[in-house]
Design a protein around this ligand. Sequence first.
Ligand SMILES: [Zn+2]
Length: 101
Amino acid sequence: MNRLIYTHENRLLVELAKSKLEVAGIPVFLKNEFAQGGAGDLAPHQTWPELWLERERDYERALQLLADAEAEQVSWRCRKCGEENGAAFDFCWNCQHLHSP
Ligand SMILES: [Zn+2]
């Protein structure tokens, strides 16, 4: 059985997730890849691109891989005090040091 593993309104994020899983050797495919723009009467989320697994048994592993990838993206470590900060913040919450990627 195929199984939906990930969907997001931002097609780039879905493609990023796809390449993460492909690198790990998990067979995946996209649905609704080109659906955006012609949404018509559909609710927006119904036209989000979807990332599907070829094999349902890969689900747990794929979920873990995506969670790891997300953890890498959503935080940064302050160079001054070493504190971990969310990606949404430009300044360290602890010492107000400006984050420069
Ligand atoms: Zn800091």
